[in-house]
Write a protein that binds this ligand. Structure first.
Ligand SMILES: Cc1cc2nc3c(=O)[nH]c(=O)nc-3n(C[C@H](O)[C@H](O)[C@H](O)COP(=O)(O)O)c2cc1C
Length: 182
């Protein structure tokens, strides 16, 4: 297997425990969002819209909407990842905007790691509570939150299922993969 610089970065990204109180430089935030802007999207719809929240009161309200998740509480930057839904339903009739926003979010995760930043992707939140905090209209889904900051201490290396467990070549491998799903 060829271990590229990017693969090395991806495999060595640390799991965030808690963010410390260091700010994130404006040019680093912009670089992370620039990477998101270049993510792929179905039909090139680019449905993502991002609200970058740094203001403390708004962040605290967003943290409350995310059930006081410690990452949201401590992150100096929370990116509210939204979607314009009307332009991007694929030919099969399947909505592609959640995938598109996920692609953009993951691109930000990698870009942040490349800048020495840490990130935490949050899906568990009450959308209706965040909506008025940042002024997102009712017809714009809030798909995810991405917390950005610097790690307090050194997180663990991620644990991942083995290559043989998750990858089959040419055909689905009917081992007991199902029973291992947790
Ligand atoms: C789509 C998605 C949604 C997630 N939602 C949450 C969440 O609501 N709360 C949370 O604590 N972590 C959430 N995570 C973070 C995962 O738990 C985390 O990625 C996983 O534990 C692996 O850690 P790592 O990303 O640091 O390697 C989410 C991750 C993804 C990809």
């Amino acid at each position: 297997m060829r271990v590229t610089r990017l693969l090395h970065l991806v495999r060595n990204r640390r799991v965030v425990q808690k963010f410390d109180d260091r700010m994130v430089a404006a040019d680093a935030i912009e670089a992370v969002l620039e990477a998101a802007r270049y993510a792929p999207s179905a039909r090139e719809a680019q449905p993502w819209r991002f609200v970058v929240v740094q203001e403390a009161l708004a962040r605290h309200k967003i943290a409350a909407a995310a059930f006081n998740h410690p990452h949201v509480k401590t992150a100096p930057v929370v990116v509210v990842c939204c979607a314009r839904i009307h332009s991007h339903v694929s030919g099969s009739g399947r909505s592609s905007f959640p995938m598109d926003v996920a692609a953009a979010t993951q691109t930000m995760v990698i870009a942040a790691a490349d800048l020495g930043l840490h990130s935490s992707w949050i899906y568990g939140f009450r959308e209706s509570v965040i909506r008025p905090v940042v002024g997102v209209p009712n017809d714009v889904p809030i798909v995810a939150l991405l917390c950005l900051g610097h790690q307090a201490g050194l997180g663990d290396l991620p644990e991942r299922r083995s290559r043989t467990e998750v990858i089959a070549w040419d055909r689905w491998r009917s081992d007991d993969a199902r029973s291992q799903l947790s």
